[in-house]
Design a protein around this ligand. Sequence first.
Ligand code: CUA
Length: 602
Amino acid sequence: MRSRFYSGLFLSIMIAAAVALSACKGSTGQKEGIDDLARRVYVPVGKWDKYYAFLSGGQGGNVLVFGIPSGRLIASIPVFEPRAQYGYAIPGTPSYEMLKSTGPLWGDTHHPAISETNGDYDGRWLFINDKANTRVARIDLTHFETVKIARIPNFQSAHGTAVVPPDTKYLIVDGEFRAEPDPAKGVNVAAYVAGMAFLDPITLETRFEVLVPGNCDINDASKDGRWAFATNYNTEKGLNIEEMIRNDEDAISAIDIPAAEEAIRKGEFVTMGGTKVIDPAKTSKKVLYLVPVPKNPHGCDVSPDGKYVVASGKLSPTVTVIDISKIDKVKNLHDAIVAQPEVGMGPLHTTWDGRGNAYTSLFIDSQIVKWNVAKAVAGDPDYIVDRIDVHYNPGHTYAAMGRTRHPSGDYLLSLNKLSKDMFIPVGPTMPESQELIDISGHKMKMLLNFPAESEPHDAAIMRVSDLAPKVVQVDQPVANAVAEGQSRVERVGPHEVNVYMTAIRSRFGLDSFTVKEGDSVHVTITNIETVRDMTHGFAVEDYGINLALDPGQTRTVTFIADKPGTHWYYCTWFCSALHLEMRGRMLVEAAGQKEPQKEARK
Ligand code: CUA
Protein backbone atom coordinates (compact mmCIF):
# COMPACT_ATOMS: atom_id res chain seq x y z
CA MET A 1 0.00 0.00 0.00
CA ARG A 2 2.71 2.36 1.11
CA SER A 3 4.95 1.57 -1.86
CA ARG A 4 2.02 2.20 -4.19
CA PHE A 5 1.52 5.59 -2.55
CA TYR A 6 5.17 6.45 -3.05
CA SER A 7 5.21 5.31 -6.63
CA GLY A 8 2.08 7.45 -7.19
CA LEU A 9 3.84 10.42 -5.60
CA PHE A 10 6.93 9.80 -7.69
CA LEU A 11 4.79 9.74 -10.82
CA SER A 12 3.09 13.03 -9.83
CA ILE A 13 6.46 14.70 -9.28
CA MET A 14 7.68 13.43 -12.63
CA ILE A 15 4.56 14.75 -14.39
CA ALA A 16 4.88 18.12 -12.64
CA ALA A 17 8.52 18.30 -13.68
CA ALA A 18 7.67 17.40 -17.25
CA VAL A 19 4.93 20.05 -17.36
CA ALA A 20 7.32 22.67 -15.93
CA LEU A 21 9.93 21.64 -18.45
CA SER A 22 7.57 21.86 -21.39
CA ALA A 23 6.36 25.26 -20.13
CA CYS A 24 10.00 26.42 -20.22
CA LYS A 25 10.36 24.97 -23.71
CA GLY A 26 7.27 26.87 -24.81
CA SER A 27 8.91 30.25 -24.27
CA THR A 28 10.92 31.36 -27.29
CA GLY A 29 13.06 33.66 -25.18
CA GLN A 30 12.89 36.42 -27.79
CA LYS A 31 13.98 39.90 -26.83
CA GLU A 32 12.39 41.45 -29.88
CA GLY A 33 9.00 43.01 -29.28
CA ILE A 34 5.80 41.52 -30.65
CA ASP A 35 5.28 44.58 -32.87
CA ASP A 36 8.65 44.02 -34.53
CA LEU A 37 7.89 40.36 -35.15
CA ALA A 38 4.44 41.22 -36.52
CA ARG A 39 5.99 43.71 -38.93
CA ARG A 40 8.27 41.02 -40.30
CA VAL A 41 5.37 38.85 -41.43
CA TYR A 42 2.91 41.60 -42.29
CA VAL A 43 2.25 41.98 -45.99
CA PRO A 44 0.43 45.26 -46.64
CA VAL A 45 -2.84 45.28 -48.57
CA GLY A 46 -2.17 44.92 -52.28
CA LYS A 47 1.41 43.66 -51.80
CA TRP A 48 2.56 40.17 -52.61
CA ASP A 49 4.17 37.59 -50.42
CA LYS A 50 7.81 36.91 -51.29
CA TYR A 51 7.33 33.14 -51.55
CA TYR A 52 4.67 30.54 -52.08
CA ALA A 53 4.92 27.44 -49.96
CA PHE A 54 3.35 24.39 -51.62
CA LEU A 55 2.26 22.05 -48.84
CA SER A 56 1.03 18.54 -49.44
CA GLY A 57 -2.45 18.11 -48.03
CA GLY A 58 -1.89 14.52 -46.92
CA GLN A 59 -5.02 12.42 -46.92
CA GLY A 60 -6.94 15.47 -48.14
CA GLY A 61 -5.44 14.56 -51.53
CA ASN A 62 -4.62 18.18 -52.35
CA VAL A 63 -1.81 20.71 -52.38
CA LEU A 64 -2.14 23.82 -50.21
CA VAL A 65 -0.49 27.08 -51.23
CA PHE A 66 0.47 29.49 -48.46
CA GLY A 67 2.04 32.92 -48.82
CA ILE A 68 5.35 33.38 -47.01
CA PRO A 69 5.95 35.27 -44.79
CA SER A 70 2.29 36.17 -44.22
CA GLY A 71 1.03 32.62 -43.72
CA ARG A 72 -2.07 33.51 -45.76
CA LEU A 73 -3.80 30.64 -47.51
CA ILE A 74 -3.56 31.46 -51.22
CA ALA A 75 -5.03 28.34 -52.84
CA SER A 76 -5.90 24.71 -52.37
CA ILE A 77 -5.26 22.68 -55.52
CA PRO A 78 -7.30 19.49 -55.81
CA VAL A 79 -5.25 16.57 -57.09
CA PHE A 80 -6.49 13.21 -55.82
CA GLU A 81 -9.95 14.41 -54.77
CA PRO A 82 -13.05 15.71 -56.57
CA ARG A 83 -13.64 19.42 -55.98
CA ALA A 84 -16.83 21.08 -57.17
CA GLN A 85 -15.31 24.52 -56.59
CA TYR A 86 -13.15 24.15 -59.69
CA GLY A 87 -15.28 21.56 -61.47
CA TYR A 88 -12.39 19.17 -60.83
CA ALA A 89 -13.03 15.42 -61.07
CA ILE A 90 -16.79 15.99 -61.21
CA PRO A 91 -18.46 13.04 -63.00
CA GLY A 92 -18.76 13.74 -66.73
CA THR A 93 -15.58 15.82 -66.96
CA PRO A 94 -12.17 14.82 -68.40
CA SER A 95 -10.52 15.40 -65.00
CA TYR A 96 -12.92 12.85 -63.50
CA GLU A 97 -11.86 10.31 -66.12
CA MET A 98 -8.19 11.13 -65.42
CA LEU A 99 -8.58 10.51 -61.68
CA LYS A 100 -11.03 7.61 -61.85
CA SER A 101 -9.07 5.69 -64.50
CA THR A 102 -6.01 5.60 -62.21
CA GLY A 103 -7.67 4.53 -58.96
CA PRO A 104 -9.84 5.74 -56.08
CA LEU A 105 -11.29 9.25 -55.86
CA TRP A 106 -9.00 10.18 -53.00
CA GLY A 107 -5.30 10.05 -52.33
CA ASP A 108 -2.63 10.76 -49.74
CA THR A 109 -0.23 13.47 -50.91
CA HIS A 110 3.17 13.74 -49.22
CA HIS A 111 6.05 15.22 -51.17
CA PRO A 112 5.74 18.17 -53.54
CA ALA A 113 8.62 18.60 -55.99
CA ILE A 114 9.05 21.62 -58.24
CA SER A 115 10.58 21.11 -61.69
CA GLU A 116 14.06 22.51 -62.22
CA THR A 117 16.01 24.06 -65.05
CA ASN A 118 19.74 24.49 -64.55
CA GLY A 119 19.36 23.43 -60.93
CA ASP A 120 16.82 26.08 -59.96
CA TYR A 121 13.04 25.95 -59.69
CA ASP A 122 11.61 26.86 -63.07
CA GLY A 123 7.95 27.19 -62.06
CA ARG A 124 6.67 24.88 -64.80
CA TRP A 125 5.37 21.94 -62.82
CA LEU A 126 4.77 20.69 -59.33
CA PHE A 127 4.80 16.94 -58.84
CA ILE A 128 3.04 15.21 -55.97
CA ASN A 129 2.74 11.58 -54.92
CA ASP A 130 -0.26 9.56 -53.73
CA LYS A 131 1.06 7.20 -51.11
CA ALA A 132 -2.26 5.39 -50.70
CA ASN A 133 -2.74 4.36 -54.33
CA THR A 134 0.79 4.34 -55.82
CA ARG A 135 0.16 7.32 -58.09
CA VAL A 136 1.88 10.52 -58.98
CA ALA A 137 0.46 13.72 -60.44
CA ARG A 138 1.73 16.73 -62.31
CA ILE A 139 0.29 20.16 -61.58
CA ASP A 140 0.78 22.75 -64.30
CA LEU A 141 1.88 25.89 -62.48
CA THR A 142 0.76 28.09 -65.35
CA HIS A 143 -2.77 27.34 -64.13
CA PHE A 144 -2.21 25.71 -60.72
CA GLU A 145 -4.19 22.77 -62.10
CA THR A 146 -3.63 19.02 -62.05
CA VAL A 147 -3.10 17.98 -65.65
CA LYS A 148 -1.71 14.45 -65.44
CA ILE A 149 -2.04 11.47 -63.11
CA ALA A 150 -0.34 8.11 -63.54
CA ARG A 151 0.05 4.89 -61.62
CA ILE A 152 3.49 3.50 -60.85
CA PRO A 153 3.60 -0.15 -61.93
CA ASN A 154 4.90 -3.05 -59.85
CA PHE A 155 5.28 -1.17 -56.58
CA GLN A 156 2.93 -0.55 -53.69
CA SER A 157 2.76 2.94 -52.18
CA ALA A 158 4.42 5.87 -53.96
CA HIS A 159 6.41 7.75 -51.36
CA GLY A 160 9.51 9.95 -51.80
CA THR A 161 9.13 12.21 -54.85
CA ALA A 162 11.93 14.34 -56.31
CA VAL A 163 13.18 15.61 -59.64
CA VAL A 164 16.59 14.78 -61.06
CA PRO A 165 18.59 18.01 -61.50
CA PRO A 166 19.72 20.02 -63.24
CA ASP A 167 16.93 19.90 -65.85
CA THR A 168 14.30 17.46 -64.53
CA LYS A 169 15.41 14.57 -66.73
CA TYR A 170 13.41 12.21 -64.55
CA LEU A 171 10.87 12.37 -61.82
CA ILE A 172 11.94 9.79 -59.25
CA VAL A 173 9.32 8.14 -57.08
CA ASP A 174 9.95 5.62 -54.33
CA GLY A 175 7.95 2.41 -54.15
CA GLU A 176 7.87 1.99 -50.39
CA PHE A 177 5.92 -1.07 -49.24
CA ARG A 178 7.21 -4.44 -50.35
CA ALA A 179 4.63 -6.52 -52.20
CA GLU A 180 4.40 -8.99 -55.07
CA PRO A 181 4.41 -7.21 -58.44
CA ASP A 182 2.03 -9.74 -59.97
CA PRO A 183 -0.90 -10.08 -57.57
CA ALA A 184 -2.86 -12.16 -60.09
CA LYS A 185 -0.86 -15.16 -58.93
CA GLY A 186 -1.89 -14.63 -55.32
CA VAL A 187 0.07 -13.77 -52.19
CA ASN A 188 3.77 -14.49 -52.62
CA VAL A 189 6.02 -13.11 -49.89
CA ALA A 190 9.13 -14.46 -51.61
CA ALA A 191 8.38 -12.29 -54.64
CA TYR A 192 7.94 -9.03 -52.69
CA VAL A 193 9.77 -6.06 -54.19
CA ALA A 194 10.26 -2.37 -53.56
CA GLY A 195 12.43 0.14 -55.34
CA MET A 196 12.65 3.37 -57.21
CA ALA A 197 10.76 4.36 -60.37
CA PHE A 198 12.24 6.73 -62.96
CA LEU A 199 9.46 8.59 -64.75
CA ASP A 200 9.24 10.80 -67.79
CA PRO A 201 8.30 14.15 -66.21
CA ILE A 202 5.83 15.03 -68.96
CA THR A 203 3.99 11.79 -69.73
CA LEU A 204 4.58 10.39 -66.20
CA GLU A 205 5.28 7.07 -67.88
CA THR A 206 7.66 4.91 -65.86
CA ARG A 207 10.76 4.59 -68.05
CA PHE A 208 12.41 2.02 -65.79
CA GLU A 209 12.58 0.83 -62.21
CA VAL A 210 15.45 -0.30 -59.99
CA LEU A 211 14.80 -2.84 -57.24
CA VAL A 212 16.11 -1.98 -53.79
CA PRO A 213 16.32 -4.44 -50.87
CA GLY A 214 14.38 -2.60 -48.14
CA ASN A 215 11.66 0.06 -48.14
CA CYS A 216 12.46 3.23 -50.12
CA ASP A 217 11.40 6.16 -48.00
CA ILE A 218 12.44 9.73 -48.88
CA ASN A 219 14.50 10.52 -51.98
CA ASP A 220 16.63 13.17 -53.64
CA ALA A 221 19.10 13.31 -56.50
CA SER A 222 22.60 14.72 -56.92
CA LYS A 223 22.85 18.19 -58.44
CA ASP A 224 24.69 16.86 -61.51
CA GLY A 225 22.03 14.24 -62.23
CA ARG A 226 24.39 11.33 -61.71
CA TRP A 227 22.84 9.79 -58.58
CA ALA A 228 19.38 9.09 -57.26
CA PHE A 229 19.24 8.55 -53.51
CA ALA A 230 16.65 7.09 -51.17
CA THR A 231 16.71 6.32 -47.51
CA ASN A 232 16.23 2.62 -47.27
CA TYR A 233 14.73 1.34 -44.02
CA ASN A 234 13.57 -2.17 -43.19
CA THR A 235 16.50 -3.74 -45.04
CA GLU A 236 15.53 -6.65 -42.77
CA LYS A 237 12.53 -7.08 -45.11
CA GLY A 238 10.41 -7.45 -41.98
CA LEU A 239 6.65 -7.79 -42.04
CA ASN A 240 5.94 -6.29 -38.63
CA ILE A 241 7.45 -3.56 -36.48
CA GLU A 242 9.70 -5.86 -34.42
CA GLU A 243 11.19 -7.33 -37.56
CA MET A 244 11.53 -3.90 -39.21
CA ILE A 245 13.68 -2.47 -36.42
CA ARG A 246 15.72 -5.57 -35.61
CA ASN A 247 19.00 -4.45 -37.18
CA ASP A 248 21.02 -1.44 -36.10
CA GLU A 249 21.99 -0.59 -39.62
CA ASP A 250 20.00 0.26 -42.73
CA ALA A 251 21.11 2.19 -45.77
CA ILE A 252 20.97 5.03 -48.21
CA SER A 253 20.52 3.48 -51.60
CA ALA A 254 22.51 5.32 -54.24
CA ILE A 255 21.47 4.50 -57.78
CA ASP A 256 24.01 5.32 -60.48
CA ILE A 257 21.66 6.75 -63.12
CA PRO A 258 23.99 6.47 -66.16
CA ALA A 259 24.79 2.86 -65.14
CA ALA A 260 21.06 2.10 -64.90
CA GLU A 261 20.50 3.66 -68.33
CA GLU A 262 23.33 1.54 -69.71
CA ALA A 263 21.77 -1.60 -68.21
CA ILE A 264 18.53 -0.73 -70.00
CA ARG A 265 20.40 -0.22 -73.30
CA LYS A 266 22.15 -3.57 -72.91
CA GLY A 267 18.86 -5.34 -72.20
CA GLU A 268 19.86 -6.16 -68.62
CA PHE A 269 16.32 -5.96 -67.28
CA VAL A 270 13.15 -7.95 -66.94
CA THR A 271 9.78 -6.68 -68.04
CA MET A 272 7.24 -6.57 -65.23
CA GLY A 273 3.86 -4.90 -65.46
CA GLY A 274 4.87 -3.54 -68.87
CA THR A 275 7.88 -1.75 -67.37
CA LYS A 276 11.62 -2.41 -67.59
CA VAL A 277 12.86 -3.44 -64.17
CA ILE A 278 16.53 -3.64 -63.21
CA ASP A 279 17.61 -6.16 -60.60
CA PRO A 280 20.92 -4.61 -59.49
CA ALA A 281 22.29 -8.09 -58.72
CA LYS A 282 22.12 -8.93 -62.41
CA THR A 283 23.78 -6.03 -64.22
CA SER A 284 27.29 -6.03 -65.70
CA LYS A 285 28.00 -2.55 -64.33
CA LYS A 286 27.20 -1.71 -60.69
CA VAL A 287 23.91 0.20 -60.51
CA LEU A 288 23.09 0.20 -56.79
CA TYR A 289 25.31 1.14 -53.84
CA LEU A 290 24.00 0.66 -50.31
CA VAL A 291 25.74 3.09 -47.99
CA PRO A 292 25.22 1.86 -44.42
CA VAL A 293 23.49 4.31 -42.06
CA PRO A 294 22.09 3.74 -38.58
CA LYS A 295 18.70 2.23 -37.85
CA ASN A 296 15.66 3.16 -39.93
CA PRO A 297 16.77 6.48 -41.44
CA HIS A 298 14.14 8.90 -42.74
CA GLY A 299 15.06 12.17 -44.49
CA CYS A 300 17.33 12.08 -47.53
CA ASP A 301 18.69 15.44 -48.63
CA VAL A 302 21.46 16.56 -50.96
CA SER A 303 23.36 19.70 -49.93
CA PRO A 304 23.03 22.70 -52.26
CA ASP A 305 26.72 22.49 -53.28
CA GLY A 306 26.07 18.92 -54.41
CA LYS A 307 28.85 17.50 -52.23
CA TYR A 308 26.87 15.55 -49.67
CA VAL A 309 23.76 13.50 -49.21
CA VAL A 310 22.58 13.35 -45.62
CA ALA A 311 20.35 10.78 -43.98
CA SER A 312 18.41 11.92 -40.93
CA GLY A 313 18.59 9.24 -38.26
CA LYS A 314 15.00 8.91 -36.99
CA LEU A 315 15.79 6.13 -34.49
CA SER A 316 19.39 7.32 -34.17
CA PRO A 317 20.17 10.82 -32.77
CA THR A 318 22.57 11.39 -35.63
CA VAL A 319 22.66 12.67 -39.18
CA THR A 320 24.89 10.69 -41.53
CA VAL A 321 26.86 12.83 -44.01
CA ILE A 322 27.93 10.94 -47.12
CA ASP A 323 30.49 12.33 -49.54
CA ILE A 324 28.81 11.73 -52.91
CA SER A 325 32.13 11.74 -54.81
CA LYS A 326 33.36 8.76 -52.75
CA ILE A 327 30.44 6.41 -53.33
CA ASP A 328 31.86 4.66 -56.40
CA LYS A 329 35.50 5.03 -55.30
CA VAL A 330 35.70 3.42 -51.86
CA LYS A 331 35.99 -0.35 -51.30
CA ASN A 332 34.04 -0.26 -48.06
CA LEU A 333 31.01 2.01 -48.30
CA HIS A 334 31.41 2.96 -44.62
CA ASP A 335 34.33 5.03 -45.92
CA ALA A 336 32.00 7.26 -47.94
CA ILE A 337 30.63 8.57 -44.62
CA VAL A 338 32.52 11.73 -43.72
CA ALA A 339 30.60 12.77 -40.61
CA GLN A 340 27.91 11.51 -38.31
CA PRO A 341 27.09 14.44 -36.06
CA GLU A 342 24.80 13.93 -33.10
CA VAL A 343 22.01 16.50 -33.43
CA GLY A 344 19.25 15.48 -31.01
CA MET A 345 16.39 13.05 -30.59
CA GLY A 346 14.33 11.92 -33.56
CA PRO A 347 16.03 13.68 -36.51
CA LEU A 348 13.66 13.45 -39.47
CA HIS A 349 14.48 15.91 -42.26
CA THR A 350 17.21 18.34 -43.20
CA THR A 351 17.12 21.55 -45.21
CA TRP A 352 19.65 24.27 -46.12
CA ASP A 353 20.35 27.99 -46.03
CA GLY A 354 22.96 28.17 -48.81
CA ARG A 355 25.57 29.47 -46.33
CA GLY A 356 26.88 26.06 -45.31
CA ASN A 357 24.36 25.37 -42.57
CA ALA A 358 21.91 22.52 -42.31
CA TYR A 359 18.64 22.57 -40.39
CA THR A 360 17.32 19.29 -39.08
CA SER A 361 13.89 18.69 -37.59
CA LEU A 362 13.92 16.79 -34.30
CA PHE A 363 10.61 15.04 -33.82
CA ILE A 364 11.13 13.89 -30.23
CA ASP A 365 12.94 17.01 -29.02
CA SER A 366 10.37 19.30 -30.75
CA GLN A 367 13.17 21.43 -32.15
CA ILE A 368 14.85 22.59 -35.30
CA VAL A 369 18.61 22.30 -34.89
CA LYS A 370 21.00 24.38 -36.98
CA TRP A 371 24.40 22.81 -37.57
CA ASN A 372 27.38 23.66 -39.70
CA VAL A 373 28.20 21.07 -42.31
CA ALA A 374 31.89 21.97 -42.84
CA LYS A 375 32.54 21.93 -39.10
CA ALA A 376 30.86 18.55 -38.72
CA VAL A 377 32.89 17.15 -41.62
CA ALA A 378 36.11 18.63 -40.17
CA GLY A 379 35.43 16.93 -36.85
CA ASP A 380 35.04 20.26 -35.03
CA PRO A 381 32.94 19.46 -31.91
CA ASP A 382 31.44 22.95 -32.12
CA TYR A 383 29.23 22.17 -35.12
CA ILE A 384 25.86 22.94 -33.47
CA VAL A 385 25.05 26.59 -34.19
CA ASP A 386 21.60 27.02 -32.66
CA ARG A 387 18.42 25.28 -31.60
CA ILE A 388 14.85 26.57 -31.56
CA ASP A 389 11.76 25.05 -29.99
CA VAL A 390 8.81 24.37 -32.27
CA HIS A 391 5.26 23.46 -31.26
CA TYR A 392 5.31 20.47 -31.46
CA ASN A 393 6.94 17.38 -32.96
CA PRO A 394 8.13 18.58 -36.38
CA GLY A 395 8.08 16.26 -39.36
CA HIS A 396 9.41 17.92 -42.46
CA THR A 397 11.21 21.20 -42.48
CA TYR A 398 11.88 23.20 -45.63
CA ALA A 399 13.84 26.38 -46.25
CA ALA A 400 12.95 28.82 -49.02
CA MET A 401 14.28 27.52 -52.37
CA GLY A 402 15.54 24.63 -50.24
CA ARG A 403 16.16 21.95 -52.85
CA THR A 404 17.80 24.19 -55.44
CA ARG A 405 21.48 25.01 -55.81
CA HIS A 406 20.64 28.42 -54.31
CA PRO A 407 18.56 28.30 -51.13
CA SER A 408 17.75 31.89 -50.23
CA GLY A 409 18.53 31.51 -46.54
CA ASP A 410 15.84 33.80 -45.15
CA TYR A 411 12.86 31.67 -44.16
CA LEU A 412 12.33 28.14 -42.94
CA LEU A 413 9.08 26.34 -42.40
CA SER A 414 8.67 23.75 -39.66
CA LEU A 415 5.74 21.44 -40.33
CA ASN A 416 4.67 20.29 -36.90
CA LYS A 417 2.64 17.16 -36.39
CA LEU A 418 0.94 18.03 -33.11
CA SER A 419 -0.40 21.42 -32.12
CA LYS A 420 -1.49 20.32 -28.62
CA ASP A 421 -2.55 23.50 -26.79
CA MET A 422 -1.75 26.00 -29.56
CA PHE A 423 -5.36 26.45 -30.70
CA ILE A 424 -8.80 26.21 -29.19
CA PRO A 425 -10.27 22.76 -29.76
CA VAL A 426 -12.00 22.09 -33.06
CA GLY A 427 -13.03 18.63 -31.98
CA PRO A 428 -10.71 15.98 -30.66
CA THR A 429 -8.50 16.43 -33.76
CA MET A 430 -6.53 19.66 -33.64
CA PRO A 431 -5.21 21.62 -36.65
CA GLU A 432 -1.66 20.95 -37.80
CA SER A 433 0.69 23.76 -36.92
CA GLN A 434 3.18 25.32 -39.30
CA GLU A 435 5.81 27.64 -37.95
CA LEU A 436 7.79 30.18 -39.90
CA ILE A 437 11.32 30.79 -38.68
CA ASP A 438 13.66 33.58 -39.71
CA ILE A 439 17.01 31.96 -40.52
CA SER A 440 18.74 35.04 -41.94
CA GLY A 441 20.81 35.61 -38.79
CA HIS A 442 23.15 33.55 -36.65
CA LYS A 443 20.32 32.65 -34.30
CA MET A 444 16.96 31.44 -35.54
CA LYS A 445 13.88 33.51 -34.72
CA MET A 446 10.32 32.25 -34.49
CA LEU A 447 8.07 34.58 -36.51
CA LEU A 448 4.69 33.03 -37.03
CA ASN A 449 2.48 30.07 -36.38
CA PHE A 450 -0.28 29.36 -38.87
CA PRO A 451 -2.39 26.23 -38.88
CA ALA A 452 -3.20 24.14 -41.93
CA GLU A 453 -5.76 21.49 -42.70
CA SER A 454 -4.61 18.02 -41.75
CA GLU A 455 -2.22 16.86 -42.64
CA PRO A 456 0.62 18.42 -44.55
CA HIS A 457 3.76 16.30 -44.77
CA ASP A 458 6.21 18.28 -46.77
CA ALA A 459 6.60 21.62 -48.51
CA ALA A 460 8.37 23.21 -51.43
CA ILE A 461 8.93 26.96 -51.25
CA MET A 462 9.40 29.00 -54.39
CA ARG A 463 9.94 32.71 -55.07
CA VAL A 464 6.74 34.40 -56.26
CA SER A 465 8.64 36.73 -58.62
CA ASP A 466 9.87 33.65 -60.52
CA LEU A 467 6.42 32.09 -60.56
CA ALA A 468 4.20 35.07 -61.39
CA PRO A 469 5.38 35.59 -65.01
CA LYS A 470 4.60 31.93 -65.79
CA VAL A 471 0.94 32.10 -64.82
CA VAL A 472 -1.42 32.36 -67.81
CA GLN A 473 -3.93 35.18 -67.35
CA VAL A 474 -6.24 34.56 -70.31
CA ASP A 475 -6.25 31.30 -72.27
CA GLN A 476 -5.97 31.23 -76.03
CA PRO A 477 -8.99 29.66 -77.75
CA VAL A 478 -8.70 25.89 -78.26
CA ALA A 479 -10.03 23.91 -81.28
CA ASN A 480 -13.45 23.23 -79.76
CA ALA A 481 -13.93 26.74 -78.36
CA VAL A 482 -17.37 28.29 -78.83
CA ALA A 483 -17.10 31.71 -80.44
CA GLU A 484 -19.37 34.64 -79.78
CA GLY A 485 -22.71 34.11 -81.57
CA GLN A 486 -22.05 30.37 -82.06
CA SER A 487 -24.07 29.09 -79.11
CA ARG A 488 -26.33 26.30 -80.36
CA VAL A 489 -27.92 22.90 -79.74
CA GLU A 490 -27.11 20.01 -82.10
CA ARG A 491 -28.87 16.70 -81.94
CA VAL A 492 -26.25 14.18 -83.09
CA GLY A 493 -28.20 10.97 -82.49
CA PRO A 494 -31.58 9.74 -81.30
CA HIS A 495 -30.35 9.96 -77.71
CA GLU A 496 -27.41 12.32 -77.95
CA VAL A 497 -27.29 16.11 -77.89
CA ASN A 498 -24.40 18.56 -78.07
CA VAL A 499 -24.94 21.95 -76.47
CA TYR A 500 -22.49 24.77 -77.19
CA MET A 501 -22.54 27.97 -75.19
CA THR A 502 -20.48 31.02 -74.47
CA ALA A 503 -20.26 32.64 -71.06
CA ILE A 504 -19.54 36.31 -70.55
CA ARG A 505 -20.77 38.83 -68.01
CA SER A 506 -23.61 38.31 -67.34
CA ARG A 507 -25.15 35.83 -69.72
CA PHE A 508 -24.80 32.33 -71.04
CA GLY A 509 -25.03 32.06 -74.85
CA LEU A 510 -28.33 30.18 -74.43
CA ASP A 511 -31.15 31.35 -72.16
CA SER A 512 -32.55 27.83 -72.40
CA PHE A 513 -32.06 24.55 -74.24
CA THR A 514 -34.30 21.51 -74.58
CA VAL A 515 -33.35 17.84 -74.40
CA LYS A 516 -35.28 14.59 -73.97
CA GLU A 517 -35.31 12.45 -70.87
CA GLY A 518 -32.60 9.80 -71.27
CA ASP A 519 -30.51 11.88 -73.68
CA SER A 520 -26.77 11.85 -73.33
CA VAL A 521 -25.97 15.56 -73.14
CA HIS A 522 -22.57 17.13 -73.81
CA VAL A 523 -22.42 20.75 -72.74
CA THR A 524 -19.39 22.65 -74.02
CA ILE A 525 -18.90 26.16 -72.70
CA THR A 526 -16.28 28.77 -73.55
CA ASN A 527 -15.66 31.67 -71.25
CA ILE A 528 -15.08 34.42 -73.82
CA GLU A 529 -13.88 37.01 -71.31
CA THR A 530 -10.57 38.63 -72.20
CA VAL A 531 -9.63 40.00 -68.79
CA ARG A 532 -8.02 37.99 -66.02
CA ASP A 533 -9.86 36.75 -62.95
CA MET A 534 -13.29 36.80 -64.62
CA THR A 535 -14.19 33.20 -63.92
CA HIS A 536 -17.67 31.88 -64.65
CA GLY A 537 -19.26 28.68 -63.41
CA PHE A 538 -21.95 26.35 -64.68
CA ALA A 539 -24.06 24.44 -62.17
CA VAL A 540 -27.26 22.60 -63.13
CA GLU A 541 -29.90 22.23 -60.48
CA ASP A 542 -30.09 18.66 -59.10
CA TYR A 543 -27.65 17.26 -61.69
CA GLY A 544 -24.49 17.25 -59.55
CA ILE A 545 -22.59 19.33 -62.06
CA ASN A 546 -20.38 22.33 -61.62
CA LEU A 547 -17.80 23.64 -64.05
CA ALA A 548 -15.40 26.51 -63.49
CA LEU A 549 -14.20 28.39 -66.56
CA ASP A 550 -11.35 30.84 -66.41
CA PRO A 551 -11.10 33.53 -69.11
CA GLY A 552 -10.61 31.94 -72.53
CA GLN A 553 -11.14 28.41 -71.22
CA THR A 554 -13.42 25.83 -72.80
CA ARG A 555 -14.77 22.92 -70.78
CA THR A 556 -17.14 20.08 -71.51
CA VAL A 557 -19.35 18.06 -69.19
CA THR A 558 -21.31 14.98 -70.20
CA PHE A 559 -24.34 13.66 -68.36
CA ILE A 560 -27.60 11.79 -68.85
CA ALA A 561 -30.70 13.97 -68.71
CA ASP A 562 -32.46 11.56 -66.35
CA LYS A 563 -34.66 14.03 -64.51
CA PRO A 564 -37.50 15.60 -66.50
CA GLY A 565 -38.75 19.12 -66.03
CA THR A 566 -37.17 22.52 -65.67
CA HIS A 567 -33.62 22.64 -64.33
CA TRP A 568 -32.11 26.07 -64.00
CA TYR A 569 -28.41 26.36 -64.68
CA TYR A 570 -26.55 29.26 -63.16
CA CYS A 571 -23.13 30.84 -62.81
CA THR A 572 -21.41 29.83 -59.57
CA TRP A 573 -18.70 32.52 -59.53
CA PHE A 574 -19.86 35.96 -58.47
CA CYS A 575 -18.89 37.87 -61.59
CA SER A 576 -20.93 41.06 -61.77
CA ALA A 577 -23.84 42.97 -60.31
CA LEU A 578 -26.03 40.79 -62.55
CA HIS A 579 -24.44 37.55 -61.37
CA LEU A 580 -27.73 36.29 -59.95
CA GLU A 581 -29.38 36.82 -63.32
CA MET A 582 -26.65 34.89 -65.13
CA ARG A 583 -28.67 31.73 -65.59
CA GLY A 584 -30.83 29.75 -67.97
CA ARG A 585 -33.08 26.69 -68.14
CA MET A 586 -32.42 23.16 -69.23
CA LEU A 587 -35.84 21.81 -70.24
CA VAL A 588 -35.98 18.04 -70.09
CA GLU A 589 -38.98 16.58 -71.88
CA ALA A 590 -40.39 13.53 -70.11
CA ALA A 591 -39.82 10.25 -72.01
CA GLY A 592 -43.51 9.64 -72.66
CA GLN A 593 -44.18 13.21 -73.74
CA LYS A 594 -45.40 13.31 -77.39
CA GLU A 595 -45.62 17.03 -78.09
CA PRO A 596 -43.17 19.50 -76.65
CA GLN A 597 -44.99 21.55 -74.04
CA LYS A 598 -45.63 25.12 -75.19
CA GLU A 599 -44.59 27.74 -72.76
CA ALA A 600 -47.75 29.38 -71.46
CA ARG A 601 -47.04 32.88 -70.25
CA LYS A 602 -49.47 35.35 -68.82
CU1 CUA B 1 -20.81 34.67 -64.23
CU2 CUA B 1 -21.43 34.88 -61.91
